[in-house]
Design a protein around this ligand. Structure first.
Ligand SMILES: [Zn+2]
Length: 435
């Protein structure tokens, strides 16, 4: 197994740079001027070290939509973005609602070698919201599923939601809810507000998200179970989550990079690259989300990476698919919106993009401190880099990035998964070189 000596990397904000020796999959030593024999020396002057990022919300599309993404291309994109673990959402074809399908996805992740893939199990059979899926069998499978979600759809039946919350308690699982009241969002095309009024597009009102979150935090408290709220997008949702946390309830939440940066004003372009669910909201919502991520009300950044082939996006707004790719730009967007605004330091980024998402997903080998003896899941990130986003150079199979042509700061220099470089000098490792 190849060993590495990383020289002069910034581990903690403001502290003196340190050397890190990686061998046998773990961090062997940390110190200034380390004397250690290594196969590869890396000059990390000016680079920040973070624990490998963990995404709670990734759509890998396999099985069923390999034209949009595969587990291999999705995990390559994840590695390029600094991720060492991703949670693969269940809305595949077939749906990941049985032990067989989640084990298939888990195995494909193991074979890829670029990033650990932790499958998310569907809450209900076929994501139809009628009948609980085999939650226990998915948990007992080789995939060891602990996170369940019908993402893409809301578990809108309160009785089904209650039963799911009760069921997952037995094995410390969590239900991750896509909060969208279906009747209030029929025909919705974008955020309901001034812009939707002017454009004459069907509105997706904030209350459709907030009413489900309010109901679910009450249900989770009632049964004493864990609830996770997917892609929070409104200022009002933040207030409900803040209230639930103040009550001491076990509620966590995530925000996407795009909801931290983009607003519904972009929809005036009618470019479907900006069509996403939940929709881009207002500038006031964006500011509330940033503040909530900074103060910890929102626990994690999750990409909601949603690859689509060109034919599903290069069409009229009304018929275009919803979603955007995000794995390869997430850390850059967080740098711009949270670090360069002074809202978070790098330790805070490590907390929101690695430690807390790993804890929510109960991934024991990820989200660990950068310390001797820990698994070497690490990212070396260059925050001084400046460049223009070019999705044509992405590893993901799809190109639906809302940041095309935008200048975003920072770039992943290297990613290590258990001591193996999946990305080095900004380039993906050859598959054959992965242990
Ligand atoms: Zn969703």
């Amino acid at each position: 197994m190849v060993s590495y000596l990383i020289r002069n990397a910034q581990i903690l904000d403001g502290a003196a740079p340190q050397d890190i020796h990686i061998a046998d999959g773990v961090i062997k030593a940390i110190g200034a001027g380390l004397e250690a024999a290594a196969d590869i020396d890396i000059d990390a002057h000016g680079l920040v070290v973070l624990p490998g990022l963990v995404d709670l919300h990734t759509h890998l599309r396999e099985p069923g939509r390999e034209d949009a993404e595969t587990v291999l291309t999705g995990t390559q994109a994840a590695a390029r973005g600094g991720f060492t673990a991703v949670h693969a959402m269940a809305n595949t074809f077939p749906v990941a609602d049985t032990a067989g399908v989640v084990e298939q996805v888990w195995r494909l992740g193991q074979e890829s070698g670029y990033c650990d893939v932790q499958p998310v199990g569907a809450v209900t059979v076929g994501l139809e919201g009628k009948q609980l899926a085999e939650l226990g069998a998915m948990h007992d499978s080789a995939a060891g599923v602990r996170v369940f979600s019908d993402d893409g759809k809301c578990v809108d039946d309160a009785v089904i939601m209650r039963r799911a919350l009760e069921y997952v308690k037995a094995f410390d699982g969590v239900v991750a809810q896509h909060a969208q009241e279906p009747r209030l969002t029929e025909g919705a095309q974008m955020n309901e507000g001034q812009v939707s009024g002017e454009l004459g597009l069907g509105g997706w009102p904030a209350v459709a998200e907030e009413s489900i979150i309010a109901r679910d935090v009450l249900l989770a408290a009632h049964v004493g179970s864990r609830l996770h709220v997917c892609h929070v997008s409104t200022a009002g949702s933040v207030e409900i989550i803040r209230w639930a946390k103040a009550k001491g309830w076990d509620v966590t939440a995530e925000v996407t990079p795009h909801h931290l940066l983009l607003t519904d004003e972009l929809v005036r372009s009618y470019d479907p690259v900006y069509k996403v669910n939940p929709p881009l909201r207002t500038a006031a919502d964006v500011m509330a989300l940033r503040k909530a991520l900074a103060d910890g009300t929102i626990d994690a950044v999750a990409t909601d990476h949603a690859p689509h082939p060109a034919e599903d996006k290069d069409c009229e707004w009304a018929v275009a698919a919803m979603g955007m790719v995000g794995l390869e730009t997430a850390l850059s967007v967080v740098q711009q919106t949270m670090v360069e605004t002074g809202l978070l330091k790098w330790e805070g980024v490590a907390d929101r993009m690695s430690h807390r998402p790993a804890r929510i997903g109960r991934l024991s080998g990820h989200g660990r401190p950068v310390s001797v003896g820990e698994p070497a899941n690490l990212v070396l990130f260059d925050p001084a880099y400046r460049g223009t986003v070019n999705p044509d150079s992405f590893a993901t199979r799809s190109r639906n990035s809302p940041y095309r042509g935008l200048d975003l700061p920072g770039r992943v220099h290297a990613t290590f998964l258990r001591g193996v470089a999946t990305v080095l000098a900004g380039e993906l490792a050859e598959r054959g070189g992965l242990a």
